[in-house]
Design a protein around this ligand. Structure first.
Ligand code: SF4
Ligand code: SF4
Ligand code: SF4
Ligand code: FES
Length: 1003
């Protein structure tokens, strides 16, 4: 078996298989798994060196040779050998020990041990630890620096070739886990090294700064720049002094041996524990929910170290790994602000709170509780959202409470509630990786949900998963897809419904499944009558052959996941389009089993949680309706107040009500509503009509400009709580840093406000808030901080005994008869389309490196350096027609507003479709989008906007740096590190042998 063949899907999942065979290790019988890597079985029993083996790297790499053992008398790499029953393994023979020692000695030829002055010497350096474990005293292979410069050209990390031991873990991570395919090792070079795009500088290569390579590097060859000179007690010394110290160490090594030197470095590493704090947190950006340890020294963020996260293991994207500088940015709000004429003045908490209490109380008395509204944040923890909705309901007395899922996720939730009864992902991200076919509709997954995308990319690259992408834009997933097609914007319902009809017409619908588990089939089939393939091809502008090929792929797949995002949910028919997705999954029997189902990809870190916690005008936590008397009585009893029986206003209706004078006050936390809602001019004009506008945030956002009082909240690193990611997975975050200045955790602010308005809340810690929520919410019944301690997670619904449901619907659907429902939908043309006057279709969305408008990421120097400004993507065809080139300024105007922007010519967009990222430092992109919205949920139809462009005379530089990874990189795809090329080198000899001996059948 070759190295490549050893990477199999079953092996990847083998950790969950039972121990089913017996082998012997050093004469002792040991239980193991047939086919698993021998290193895994050995390491369960005893510690042997294994520098290049990393359990999260998709199979063995076999570059370091330090894991040698004898099997049935033959020397083999334990990480490259599969367990077979009865195998006799010897780890402690002289031959095996000598082989491992020789292998490590070769490594020391590539790596200078200067551990005491190394920032990687934090008790987890594999080279240092292996030197100690093998009790190395002297080295035979002299250290030979490689003739290459240290590469500092990436803003976040650096590569030092002379310290690189050529283990290839970075390559494996980049090629097989992140699947950015930037890294390789130049095995044929006289002095092999890691190569970016086959030999470029890091800056300007295809590297997306996800940090996988840095995370897995076992030594200091790849390091976060934020660690350099910071981690050690002596590492911050001037370079000249450091070099002198290294020279001293080298000089004494021949006489004294490494023993004493390593003891000193070991002691120094131990001392670092005192000043480096490691805190588990959950990413503050997207809904994937990566978790990791953040290393801090006082307030300085040294690095992010992912490893144990249930979602991400070693994975992050650039934002999670390197996007934290904003936490210490000088712009952080540290004191309450009160409007003073045209500006603001700083105030004490007492003054600011008293002012808000007095004015809110007055407005409530004069206009009634429904004249006040509350917006909770989808970026704050569940516990803080729970308190915000409780504040609205129990203190103010209104159900006017909402969150920003209204701007993106509500239609997906609606489509799922209509059909399958739960508004969440059907399974886990791991499940998506196991699917035969992934169909992505209207989602730029690689940029908006980067780590989730890696799971699709690797399944597609390594395990034969099929990938189909329907999107007007050629994003990365579209470029990788087996089929990419571009439906006319707003027509996805048509081709999706045509797929369902095709399944019935061609006897591919899963009739047994439908018979047993789905209601309403007859009516649904009737509703599909208009949706022939011909009609779909004509309406969507997609060749019929393409649609039929898609249908054949769906038929051939034994499991299918459908992933969708804002390309679906931000249309006037968004709920119906989401429903059509779920209808297709029901038609094809793609629910109730692993590796299939519906995956609406949640945008913000806690947008799922914000809705789960009841920040919605019609539901208490857990989607319990406010209009149901028994439910309302339950909450009245628990909270000790009478509650409003009427559905409240959603945030779209709130804006209208401000204009109408019905809504007089708003308390909004953690959201830049001006930038997030549609039709920014209209929203701003509404805010100006409020009698009182209280905004709680960490920075002075665009929305703050309209506030009367601004409360300074804190970012996630400064508080405790839980987030719920796109999979419904609840995860703990812990406080890593003290609250900055006078800023306070949002739950404390809300509690203080509530108590000053007559409530009697006495929460000492967010865990108590969760306990209260769980006691009132059936789908969270068994949730508690104890059960979520550290890296433990739970996917709702969570039963009283603490059991959860990683895969929904295994035993039926949460309707009274346990059955799902087909929900017929009909096609409507988009409400706003291009015409003679506004002749271009405007698309919009996220960038990989920036989060939405950039409130946080524009305050991260490295990210700002890479991508400082937004731009208007136009197609080469349009550029030719209008005589435009990248860097030219244009004015983009819609029926709702206009803005000035630079052009970027790119083949990612086609024809008369243009694209603007959400990023904005001044005028929000949403000034262009209108107030028309999904008819079922009021989610604005951001993706139904027609614009025109006026070419201006000014010409600037290209809005993206010439070396931006999108354009300058030339990836070098390969499977893993290709160690066979190393073994072919003339100077390679397997340690412990006289000549090259290969294993796994490689000759
Ligand atoms: S994309 Fe860049 S940061 Fe990510 S693993 Fe590859 S080389 Fe490393
Ligand atoms: S840079 Fe890559 S090859 Fe070099 S030591 Fe680090 S992980 Fe191994
Ligand atoms: S932004 Fe999303 S993908 Fe990136 S690290 Fe955070 S949670 Fe993971
Ligand atoms: S750990 Fe087995 S060869 Fe490196």
């Amino acid at each position: 078996m070759s190295v490549i063949e050893t990477i199999t899907r079953s092996e990847w999942n083998s950790n969950s298989n039972p121990l089913n065979v017996e082998i012997s290790i050093d004469g002792q019988p040991v239980a193991a798994r047939e086919g698993e890597l021998l290193a895994e079985a050995v390491l369960r029993e005893k510690d042997i060196p294994h520098i290049c083996y990393h359990s999260h790297l998709m199979g063995p790499i076999q570059t370091c040779d330090t894991c040698l053992v004898e099997v049935d008398g033959k020397l083999v790499r334990s990480c490259g050998t599969n367990v077979t029953t009865g195998m006799k393994v010897v780890t402690d023979s002289k031959r095996a020990q000598d082989g491992r020692a020789e292998a490590f000695d070769v490594i020391l030829g590539n790596h200078m041990l200067y551990c005491t002055v190394c920032d990687n010497n934090n008790e987890d350096c594999r080279v240092h630890n292996t030197a100690l474990a093998l009790n190395v005293q002297h080295q035979q292979h002299p250290f030979t620096p490689k003739p290459y410069e240290v590469d500092m050209s990436n803003p976040f990390y650096r590569y030092d070739p002379s310290q690189c031991i050529l283990c290839g873990q970075c390559v494996q991570a980049c090629q097989n886990v992140q699947v950015n395919e930037t890294l390789s090792i130049g095995w044929e070079l006289e002095h092999p090294r890691v190569l970016w795009d086959g030999g470029m500088q890091i800056g300007g290569s295809s590297c997306v700064s996800c940090g996988h390579c840095v995370t897995v590097c076992p030594c200091n060859a790849l390091m976060e720049k934020s660690m350099l000179g910071e981690a050690g007690f002596l590492t911050g010394l001037p370079k000249q002094s450091l070099d002198q110290m290294i020279d001293v160490v080298k000089a004494i090594e021949p006489e004294m041996g490494y023993g004493g030197i390593m003891q000193v470095s070991q002691t120094e590493a131990k001392m670092r524990e005192e000043r480096i704090k490691k805190t588990k947190t959950v990413c503050t950006y997207c809904g994937v929910g990566c978790s990791y340890d953040v290393w801090t020294k006082d307030r300085k963020i040294l690095k992010v170290e992912p490893l144990h996260g249930a979602v991400n293991q070693i994975s992050t994207c650039v934002k999670g790994k390197f996007g934290w500088d904003y936490v210490n940015h000088k712009d952080r709000l540290q004191k309450p602000l009160i409007r003073d004429g045209e500006g603001f003045r700083e105030a004490s908490w007492d003054e600011a709170l008293s002012l808000v209490v007095t004015r809110l109380g007055g407005i409530k008395k004069q206009y009634g509780p429904d004249s006040i509204a509350v917006i909770a944040s989808s970026k704050t923890p569940n516990e803080e959202v729970y308190l915000m909705q409780k504040f609205a309901r129990a203190v103010i007395g209104t159900n006017n409470v909402d969150n920003c899922s209204r701007y993106c996720q509500s239609p997906a939730t609606m489509g799922l509630f209509r059909t399958v009864g739960y508004g969440g992902d059907s399974g886990s991200i791991e499940d998506i990786g196991k699917s035969d076919l992934v169909l992505i509709v209207g989602s730029n997954t690689a940029e908006s949900h980067p780590v989730l995308a890696t799971r699709v990319k690797r399944a597609h690259k390594l395990f034969g998963q099929r990938l189909i992408v329907a999107d007007p834009r050629s994003n990365e997933m579209a470029q990788r897809a087996d089929i990419h097609f571009r439906p006319r914007p707003g027509t996805d319902l048509v081709w999706l419904s045509a797929m369902s009809r095709y399944m019935f017409d061609h006897r591919h619908a899963k009739l047994d499944f439908i018979e047993q588990w789905v209601n309403g089939a007859d009516e649904f089939r009737k509703s599909l009558e208009p949706f022939t393939m011909e009609y779909a091809a004509q309406t969507c502008g997609v060749p019929i052959q393409t649609l039929e090929a898609v249908a054949r792929e769906i038929v051939a797949a034994s499991s299918m996941c459908i992933l969708w995002a804002m390309g679906i949910t931000q249309h006037t028919s968004a709920s119906d389009e989401s429903t059509a997705i779920s209808n297709l999954l029901l038609t094809t029997g793609n629910y109730m089993k692993p590796g299939c189902g519906a995956y609406p990809l949640r945008g913000h870190n806690n947008v799922q949680g914000a809705s789960d916690m009841g920040a919605m005008p019609d539901s208490y936590p857990g989607y319990q309706h406010v209009t149901v008397p028994e439910i309302r009585e339950k909450f009245e009893k628990a909270w000790g107040v009478a509650l409003s029986p009427d559905r409240g206003m959603d945030n779209h209706q709130m804006v209208d009500a401000m204009h109408e004078g019905k809504l007089r006050a708003m308390y909004l936390a953690g959201e830049d509503m001006i930038s997030a809602d549609s039709n920014a001019n209209f929203v701003g004009a509404a805010f100006e009509k409020l009698d009182l506008f209280v905004v709680q945030d960490i920075f002075f956002s665009e929305t703050c400009r309209y506030a009367d009082v601004v409360f300074p909240g804190v970012p996630t690193l400064e508080k405790d709580g839980t987030f719920t990611n796109t999979e419904r997975r609840v995860q703990r975050l812990y406080q890593a840093l003290p609250e900055l200045g006078d800023a306070r955790a949002d739950w404390k602010i809300t509690m203080e406000l509530a108590n000053r308005m007559g409530a009697n809340w006495n929460y000492q810690h967010p865990s108590e808030i969760m306990s209260e929520m769980a006691s009132l919410t059936p789908i969270f019944e068994g949730a508690s901080f104890e059960r979520l301690e550290g890296y433990k997670t739970l996917l709702w619904p969570i039963a009283k005994d603490g059991s959860d449901q990683p895969i929904l619907f295994l035993n039926g659907f949460p309707f009274s008869d346990n059955k799902a429902r087909f929900y017929p939908v009909a096609f409507r043309e988009p409400e706003e389309a291009p015409d003679d006057n506004f002749d271009l279709f405007l698309n919009n969305g996220r960038l990989l490196e920036h989060f939405h408008e950039g409130n946080m990421t524009l305050r991260v120097d490295g990210i700002r350096e890479e991508t400082p400004e937004r731009y208007l993507e136009i197609s080469p065809e349009l550029a030719k027609e209008r005589n435009l080139e990248s860097g030219r300024w244009v004015r983009v105007a819609s029926r709702h507003g206009s803005l000035k922007i630079k052009v970027l010519v790119t083949s990612r967009v086609h024809g008369k479709q243009v694209y603007i990222p959400h990023l904005s430092e001044d005028v929000p992109m949403n000034i262009l989008t209108g107030s028309h919205a999904d008819t079922a949920t009021n989610t604005p139809a951001f993706k139904e906007t027609a614009v025109k462009i006026q070419v201006l005379l000014e010409k600037g530089s290209n809005p993206l740096k010439p070396l931006n990874f999108r354009f300058s990189g030339k990836p070098t795809p390969q499977i893993g590190v290709e160690v066979e090329r190393k073994w072919k080198r003339k100077d390679y000899k397997m340690p412990g042998t006289e000549k090259l001996v290969q294993i796994n059948g490689v000759k």
